[in-house]
Design a protein around this ligand. Structure first.
Ligand SMILES: Cc1cc2nc3c(=O)[nH]c(=O)nc-3n(C[C@H](O)[C@H](O)[C@H](O)COP(=O)(O)O)c2cc1C
Length: 208
């Protein structure tokens, strides 16, 4: 993109929204993208914000859905049961774009999406869900939570099968995108808000 093209893009709401989804989609596909791992924030039962890094597994622009994989026994799952509010943050240094997304999220342990996600997971990925006791449990000594017999080796399908019950997908439906573009000449900031009545993104500029 030449500077004039860049200037054209960052002064245009539609192109900036387009770019936001493009960056997320490439973040899903490219594990080297800085948007492949995102900070995902939930709110605990006592109202405390809680964030963690998660791998972006899928992006569906049509349904405004981002998918992450998770252990079904962890704290973020409990947080989402308390109302489902979610905040997702990423920064792409080459694109000079920060994306702050929010919406509602749900956990699915079963169903087509969870089944397909499980099938797509690598043996090592599946092995994480074998942790016993569950992730976050206090223990007396350092541990991976895995049976030593399965550590340090590529597990086979029979070994990872019992992990399926602990696996879930986190599906975040995005209804707000805050876009920040860093430019030498002066930053730009825009807000895109999903309008349920018109089924379209409303948009507007903000002072950066
Ligand atoms: C690079 C990286 C990628 C991670 N990816 C995931 C992920 O895709 N899903 C997940 O549940 N946790 C992932 N984690 C671990 C979480 O950050 C977190 O420690 C864990 O999920 C427990 O979080 P919770 O107790 O808040 O639910 C990842 C951590 C790092 C550092």
């Amino acid at each position: 993109m030449t500077f004039s093209q860049e200037e054209f893009y960052f002064n245009n709401l539609d192109l900036s929204l387009e770019k936001s989804w493009e960056l997320l989609t490439s973040g899903k596909k490219d594990r080297h993208s800085p948007l492949h791992t995102l900070a995902v924030g939930t709110v605990t039962a006592d109202g405390t914000p809680s964030q963690r890094i998660m791998v972006l597994r899928d992006v569906d622009r049509e349904t405004r859905m981002l998918r992450f994989n998770t252990d079904a026994r962890v704290s973020k799952v409990a947080d989402l049961d308390n109302g489902g509010a979610i905040s997702i943050l990423g920064y792409h240094p080459d694109a000079k774009v920060q994306l702050r997304l929010s919406g509602t999220a749900r956990i699915e342990r079963e169903g087509a999406i969870a089944e397909e996600a499980w099938e797509q997971a690598s043996p090592y990925g599946k092995r994480c869900y074998l942790a016993d006791p569950p992730p976050g449990s206090p223990v007396d000594a350092p541990t991976s939570g895995l049976d030593p017999a399965i550590e340090g080796q590529k597990p086979d399908a029979k070994q990872t099968a019992p992990a399926r019950i602990n696996f879930a997908v986190l599906l975040a439906e995005i209804n707000r995108i805050e876009w920040l573009y860093l430019a030498h000449t002066g930053h730009r900031r825009a807000l895109f808000f999903w309008n349920e009545k018109t089924d379209q993104w409303d948009s507007g500029w903000l002072v950066p």
